[in-house]
Design a protein around this ligand. Structure first.
Ligand code: SAH
Length: 259
């Protein structure tokens, strides 16, 4: 088994939704300390001001295994940051890195730095739609069979808790969101609030508050840069007069207190 490098280290850095102000201090310190920065081009662009002068290795979507192997190899002797949007442990690079390390039996110094995941970023723009228990499901069937995703959607919506959908719609799978909404419709009323945040905390951010029924007319506005939050049985639209302010899922204080 190769011995660990003297000063090598691998940071798995969650970079949050895409604005430098939402990067943690610890993530900044890891980037600062690193000689090599690896990541998907999309997630690296907004880090430009922090990584000037470093060895930056950009790769594309679908090359995750190679990126993981390359980072581990470099981390034998260098300080390396492998960046992942949002949180590296939520549909990110953390698991593949750990699996490769486990399989190869390598000893590498490793630190995983958490980031703000898309569900949190989107929820903050919508109000408080995820106030208690909630479920997160990705509609990408690249690594999970679609039948399994459908089963999980059925279970999730049957619980009546809010459900955050990642990877809701892409060119390769334009119909998955529609299918997911049909499954939601079997368990929830058409009036259940739905929030969509596209490009949260990035340029071109868009926020939409609608209902399950209203989603039919809005499918075209949703793409792979969007997170969709479907409310649960207690979720309601927050209004002030005729203005829609956002979405609230009560945590249950009304059952205990008067306010
Ligand atoms: N590791 C990431 C998720 C990667 S999966 C995280 O923790 O956030 C990619 C999906 O995340 C996208 O398809 C989209 O659904 C969601 N997403 C990531 N960044 C987003 C953003 N800024 N705004 C809205 N959704 C986002």
């Amino acid at each position: 088994m190769p011995s660990p490098g003297e000063q090598g280290k691998l940071y798995l850095v969650g970079t949050g939704p895409g604005d430098l102000s939402l990067l943690t201090e610890r993530a900044r310190m890891a980037l600062e300390e690193s000689t090599y920065i690896l990541g998907n081009g999309v997630y690296l662009d907004f880090l430009d001001p922090l990584i000037a002068g470093k060895q930056v290795i950009r790769s594309s979507m679908g090359k995750e295994v190679e990126r993981a192997e390359q980072s581990i190899k470099l981390a034998g002797i260098h300080v390396v940051s492998l960046v992942s949007g949002g949180d590296a442990g939520v549909y990110g690079m953390a698991s593949i890195v750990l699996e490769v390390i486990e399989r190869q039996g390598i000893d590498v110094r490793l630190e995983i730095i958490p980031g703000i995941t898309a569900a949190q970023a989107a929820a903050s723009r919508l109000g408080s739609p995820l106030s208690g228990d909630f479920v997160v499901i990705s509609l990408s069937d690249l690594l999970t069979p679609w039948e399994k995703i459908e089963q999980r959607l059925g279970h999730a919506f049957s619980m009546g808790v809010p459900v955050a959908l990642y990877n809701p719609r892409s060119r390769g799978r334009p119909d998955n969101l529609q299918k997911a909404l049909e499954i939601a419709g079997k368990h929830l009323a058409d009036t259940v609030p739905v929030g969509v945040v596209r490009n949260a905390y990035r340029e071109e951010e868009e926020v939409l508050v609608t209902t399950l029924g209203g989603m039919r007319e809005n499918l075209d506005r949703i793409d792979m840069h969007s997170t969709v939050i479907i409310g649960g049985e207690e979720t309601r639209i927050w209004r002030r007069g005729s203005d829609v302010r956002g979405i609230i899922t009560p945590r249950g204080y009304h059952r205990k207190y008067t306010y």
